[in-house]
Design a binder for this molecule. Structure first.
Ligand SMILES: Nc1ncnc2c1ncn2[C@@H]1O[C@H](COP(=O)(O)OP(=O)(O)OP(=O)(O)O)[C@@H](O)[C@H]1O
Ligand SMILES: [Mg+2]
Length: 262
């Protein structure tokens, strides 16, 4: 049994007499801890697919099972509980509450779980430190850059270590450098806690962070393959100084070898 099992999933939208087949016979399994990218152009059905997995919309046909539980047959109440217990969301537009500061935004999922304010605020601060925002704890969303807001979004999505994390174009509003930083943080945190990440994007460069790339075209799986060009985190973690030192070491090694050979 796989952690996530999608079987023959179909979603048809009807507007008047018109019919849009947003998802067409999608079947796939995703393993626990896998970082899976759903890659496709605009309108290919990526967000519809995420919404089905999270039970935010009803499927026309087919089933979704997560951790052995059938999402597609849950009642609204069961779905609400399931989402709270099992899932975390990272959105393109951050979706932070404007009136709340970073700590309050991040602590919110724990508030819904009834965690004591002191404990949830401490955990929120810890999460914000983990995403490098220790100096922005009491800033409100409008007082932060896009990249910082998205790091708050990540901290909020991951604070209760949900087994499944959904990210829909999480870096869609960010520049290239900030995109790389945000992706490094999401991937590193999901790996650390063995969380399963379903990452939706149209961008090949973002797909490189995933273990596996599922390409969808017009609501159908076009291809599904392991990612061979995965971004090696070790390489990216080196600071400029570390990189210079490492290169210096390499040069010294070569010189020593050369001396030995003489
Ligand atoms: N509520 C809806 N009613 C009718 N059609 C819809 C609805 N939601 C989505 N669609 C249609 O379903 C198809 C898939 O839409 P979806 O939002 O999943 O695409 P997407 O891959 O997420 O695109 P984007 O990259 O632009 O976000 C599109 O053709 C869209 O017009
Ligand atoms: Mg979308």
């Amino acid at each position: 049994m796989s952690f996530i099992e999608v079987d023959n999933l179909r979603k048809v939208y009807r507007i008047g007499n018109e019919k849009v087949i947003a998802l067409d016979s999608i079947s796939l399994n995703i393993e626990k801890g896998e970082i899976c990218c759903i890659l496709g152009t605009s309108g290919s059905g990526k967000s519809t697919f995420l919404n089905m997995l999270a039970g935010l919309e009803k499927a026309t046909k087919g089933t979704v099972k997560i951790n052995g539980r059938e999402v597609t047959s849950m009642t609204e109440k069961e779905l609400a509980e399931f989402r709270q217990e099992t899932t975390g969301f990272i959105f393109q537009s951050y979706n932070l509450l404007a009136s709340m500061n970073a700590v309050e935004n991040v602590a919110m999922p724990l508030m819904f779980k009834g965690v004591h304010p002191l404990i949830r605020n401490n955990r929120a601060k810890k999460m914000l430190r983990a995403v490098g925002l220790e100096k922005r704890l009491y800033h409100k969303p409008t007082q932060m850059s896009g990249g910082q807001q998205q790091r708050v979004g990540i901290a909020r999505a991951l604070i209760s270590k949900p087994p499944v994390v959904f990210a829909d174009e999480p870096t869609g509003n960010l520049d290239t450098k900030t995109t790389a930083e945000v992706m490094e943080i999401v991937v590193r945190m999901c790996r650390k806690h063995n969380l399963t990440l379903i990452l939706v994007t149209h961008d090949n460069d973002i797909a490189k962070y995933a273990d596996r790339i599922v390409h969808i075209v017009d609501g159908k799986i076009e291809s599904d393959y392991p990612n061979v060009s995965i971004v090696p985190p070790e390489e990216k973690k080196l600071t400029e100084t570390e990189r210079i030192l490492e290169n210096l070491n390499k040069i010294n090694d070569t010189e020593e070898n050369e001396n030995e050979n003489q």
